[in-house]
Design a protein around this ligand. Structure first.
Ligand code: G3P
Length: 219
């Protein structure tokens, strides 16, 4: 499973990107608002992200008609060849994604909440879909089951699943088990992946042995 970071907060992103374990960063208007980033600051954010280790940056369109989304998609792609254009799974958005795909622009269909939208995204030639796992579950549906069905629906297509709205490290494990190709995680969930008290205890034991082995302390 490839891991991405779902935040635009530079202070949160820098240490996590420095691990080299996260392939890129996903953004949308909500993520930007949560991090206090204005739309006219997105080009600087994108440049900063690539300098600090992001391999891909996903930037979302903000317009509503297919024509406007298509034009905005080309503009966003023009920021950097490593930018992937995110488009909400509306009828107009999917229409624009078909046009952008035909023009060779990589896209992600986002705010996906059911397998029907996954079928439509594949028909539009999207590179990715982003199911909102947490929100599907919080709406009273079986989110993990819905995402697993989306993965099955997309088998044999060129559209991959990058799960968003992920609430825990455990859900991340379950998504990987169910075949999702990627997940984008908040800083908190990303940091949760690293937590394991048993590993900490084992490392403490290793350190306690070192002096008896003649190792220099703090080496
Ligand atoms: O990228 C998805 C994110 O913006 C929505 O997730 O946590 O608000 O459900 P959340």
């Amino acid at each position: 499973m490839d891991l991405y970071l779902d935040t635009a907060d530079r202070a949160e992103l820098e240490p996590l990107l420095a691990t080299g374990l996260f392939r890129g960063v996903t953004t949308n208007p909500l993520i930007l608002a949560r991090s206090g980033v204005r739309l006219d600051e997105v080009p600087d954010l994108v440049a900063w992200l690539f300098v600090h280790g992001a391999g891909e940056v996903f930037v979302q369109t903000t317009t509503e008609s297919a024509d406007a989304i298509e034009a905005e998609g080309h503009r966003l792609r023009g920021l950097d060849p490593r930018v992937v254009v995110k488009v909400p799974a509306t009828r107009e958005g999917l229409t624009a994604v078909r046009r952008l795909s035909d023009a060779g622009v990589p896209t992600l269909v986002t705010a996906v909440h059911n397998p029907r939208q996954a079928i439509l995204a594949a028909s539009a030639g999207a590179s990715w879909i982003a199911p909102y796992l947490g929100r599907v579950s919080e709406a009273g549906r079986d989110g993990l089951q819905a995402v697993a069905q989306m993965v099955r629906v997309l088998a044999g297509t060129s559209t991959r699943t990058l799960v968003a709205s992920v609430r825990s490290a455990e859900d991340t494990v379950r998504l990987a088990t169910d075949g999702a190709e990627a997940a984008t995680l908040s800083g908190a969930v990303a940091r949760e992946l690293f937590v394991e008290p048993l590993t900490d205890a084992a490392v403490a034991q290793f350190s306690e042995c070192l002096p008896s082995l003649g190792a220099r302390v703090g080496g």
